[in-house]
Design a protein around this ligand. Structure first.
Ligand code: NAD
Ligand SMILES: CC[C@@H](O)/C=C/C=C\C[C@@H](O)/C=C/C=C/C=C\[C@@H](O)CCCC(=O)O
Length: 256
């Protein structure tokens, strides 16, 4: 799918993977609404992108994805600026085993609410143009072996299950929608702080043992999902040792 003229919403876009996903979309001709709870940093990232890709191509909205009203306001601002939404990336997430309720609100409830609002705007049955919704889980969301992050693992299992459930919906073809789940393993961003885990020494040791992805490797997998019109139901893993793999291959879209 050509991304020229498409409109994307990326949550958690001020830094890290969300920033890199946003830039990859901009490079391919899309307009991007960057949503993040970090206001000065999100504004600085957006200004950087506006200078590189054009003022009208990037928009920042301060948004805490755990707040339904802030998410709604984000969609309202995005639609009033760009008039459409084609690509929804629910990426915002934290690692804080010491505050599991907050982590569930951001990592899981935020993804569910962001997805449901995007479905309402993007569905061809509701006046939208269809498109793709990618939810960022983790390899921790498909194997429970990261014992140092049990609540985080729970949220990411939730994201993977939620996204896959949508992909099996027999009405997605009529809606013109595709759902995919991106599952990186450890990647070089600020989230890799062992102090957010229950067992920092073990977390650090296992991270080094498994290896750390560089951001461009994850961006390559991300773009593959965005551009592949057959990717509905895909669960893609990206690891330093084995690169891009499919844990669950794309589903044939239902004829219903
Ligand atoms: N880096 C990794 O090792 C790794 C591996 C697998 C999955 N992930 C997932 O990738 C996603 C992006 O993480 P990252 O690695 O870029 O980390 P990061 O900490 O660099 O970026 C996370 C971004 O999310 C934003 N954010 C946090 N809480 C928010 C909220 N309530 N509302 C809106 N934005 C919020 C932060 O401000 C930040 O910009 C997360 O969902 C994370 O769980 C990361
Ligand atoms: C160093 C801190 C670290 O623990 C914080 C990580 C924060 C987010 C990254 C997370 O999404 C990545 C998880 C990757 C897990 C990779 C492998 C596990 O699934 C399995 C580990 C154990 C094993 O298989 O032997």
């Amino acid at each position: 799918m050509s991304l020229s003229g498409k409109v994307a919403l990326v949550t958690g876009a001020a830094q890290g993977l969300g920033k890199a996903f946003s830039e990859a979309l901009l490079k391919r001709g899309a307009k991007v609404c960057l949503a993040d709870v970090q206001s000065p940093l999100g504004e600085a990232t957006t200004t950087e992108f506006q200078q590189e890709y054009g003022k009208d191509r990037a928009l920042f909205v301060k948004c805490d994805v755990s707040s339904v009203s802030e998410l709604q306001t984000t969609f309202t601002k995005l639609l009033s600026e760009y008039g459409q939404l084609d690509i929804m990336i629910n990426n915002a997430g934290i690692m804080d085993e010491h505050n599991p309720a907050r982590m569930v609100d951001i990592n899981l409830t935020g993804v569910i609410m962001g997805t449901n609002m995007a479905v309402d705007v993007m569905s061809k049955e509701k006046g939208g143009q269809g498109g793709i919704i990618i939810n960022v889980a983790s390899t921790a969301g498909i194997t429970p072996r990261a014992f140092f992050t049990p609540a985080y693992t729970g949220t990411k299992f939730g994201v993977a299950g939620f996204t896959r459930s949508w992909s099996y919906n027999p009405y997605v073809k009529k809606m013109g929608l595709r759902f995919a789940c991106l599952c990186p393993a450890f990647t070089a961003t600020d989230i890799l702080n062992p102090m957010g885990t229950l067992y920092p020494v073990d977390a650090e040791k296992i991270t080094q043992m498994i290896g750390i992805n560089e951001i461009p490797a994850v961006v390559a997998g991300f773009i593959q999902l965005v551009e592949d019109e057959q990717c509905n139901g895909a669960v893609m893993t990206i690891t330093a040792q084995e690169g891009i793999q499919f844990y669950k291959k794309p589903l044939a879209l239902s004829k219903m």
